[in-house]
Design a binder for this molecule. Sequence first.
Ligand SMILES: [Fe+2]
Ligand SMILES: [Fe+2]
Length: 146
Amino acid sequence: MNKPAGAYFFMNNCQMDYIIYSDGNKKGGWYMYTTMNIISASKGKQVHNHEFLGSTQFAEKGKERHNHRFAGVTGEAIPIGKGNHIHEFRTNTDFTGNHYHVLKGKTGPEIELPDGHHIHYVDTVTSFDDGHKHKAEFATLTVPRG
Ligand SMILES: [Fe+2]
Ligand SMILES: [Fe+2]
């Protein structure tokens, strides 16, 4: 493929969103990530991911007022230049009030911790289901740099 290094391509085949990107490193290579349990199409070794878990904010009023819990594991690190990276994630919330929501997106860049590990911050909104959506704000769990 003759595409600029570091570029991301978002595609949708009706069943699955996926992204093809190059990290611009000299070995070249293009990588494909789905947004659900991300696949690396590269021949290179796998790189780190993060566990995450949390609760959405509350939505609706009165007896309908509720929130949801969620957990998952992000995809592998996606380089964004200058040595920084992000991760994609996608999961479903629990089934509360006879419905669940999809929670998906990209984390922010790494936040370095004093012990050499790092986390990522996420501020997002769930899918719209049962007439509402929920805000969700969380940080991934830590892993060592790499
Ligand atoms: Fe809900
Ligand atoms: Fe990371």
